[in-house]
Write a protein that binds this ligand. Structure first.
Ligand code: PGA
Length: 258
């Protein structure tokens, strides 16, 4: 059985003070929700402070980006070595990084390799743009993104994939549960062809894009969807708690039925 996961991507929001406030608001309630991996991904500058606050709890920490070199003259960058003892997960290849920071498949591939090398778990984001979706090219785009991102990687470590259709991110226009389930099923099938059935069955694949407390159930009820990468709604303690709680309850029921 795959353990479901809800990861909150705070993006470029919260000062250190605000990050601490948000964690304090939800820490004890979040800690108590079981059967689901709870990951929060604040900005780099808040990782240490948040890490201290959640120490000893069941809440896990992730970063939103990384540079692929270990050290050196790369002004302003953060290396895998620096993150290795601060957090467990790193979001890689988010569509905002592809769009605004020109991240290519090759860069994403190097970042994944760098993250795996230090024992961190990448959360690899893939997804098609609106015009690609409308042209019926979703599977083609996904296949290409997977091929480029995972080129030369023999062992996926604890890699997690987040399927995030670009047209659904921050737009309030989420995919339907069925649409997301179909594409995620296709991703699993592609991984199965590359890495074998067993690896594909164990791989956690999340949905992301305008997930809220009101629509999470629609996604979590789908058999291929193992959780969500949540942006905007992860900045509101009550809403994030509700998303995590519903995930725990629904997946708990589904696994008892299975
Ligand atoms: P959103 O963002 O939930 O605000 O749409 C999701 C993401 O970018 O991971």
């Amino acid at each position: 059985m795959r353990v479901p996961m809800i990861a909150g991507n705070w993006k470029m929001n919260t000062t250190v003070g605000e990050a601490v406030g948000l964690v304090n608001e939800m820490r004890s309630r979040l800690d108590k929700i079981d059967n689901v991996d709870k990951v929060i991904c604040p900005p780099f500058i808040s990782l240490a402070a948040v890490g201290e606050l959640i120490k000893g709890s069941s809440i896990k920490l992730g970063a939103q980006n990384i540079y692929f070199e270990e050290r050196g003259a790369y002004t302003g960058e953060i290396s895998p070595l620096m993150l290795a003892d601060l957090c467990q997960f790193v979001i890689i290849g988010h569509s905002e990084r592809r769009q605004y920071f020109n991240e290519t498949g090759d860069i994403i591939n190097k970042k994944i390799q760098a993250v795996l090398r230090v024992g961190l778990k990448p959360i690899l984001c893939i997804g098609e743009r609106l015009e690609e979706n409308e042209a019926g090219r979703t599977e083609e785009v996904i296949t290409e993104q997977l091929n480029l991102s995972l080129a030369g990687i023999d062992s996926l470590g604890g890699l997690i994939i987040a399927y995030e259709p670009v047209w659904a991110i921050g737009t309030g226009k989420a995919a339907t549960g069925k649409q997301a389930n179909n594409t995620i099923g296709f991703i699993r099938q592609t991984i199965s062809q590359k890495y074998g059935k067993r690896i594909a069955q164990d791989l956690r694949i999340l949905y992301g894009g305008s997930v809220t407390a009101d629509n999470i159930a629609e996604f979590i009820n789908q058999p291929e969807i193992d959780g969500a990468l949540v942006g905007g709604a992860s900045l509101k303690a009550t809403e994030f708690l509700s998303i995590v709680k519903q995930t725990s309850e629904i997946k708990g029921c589904l696994s008892r039925e299975a």
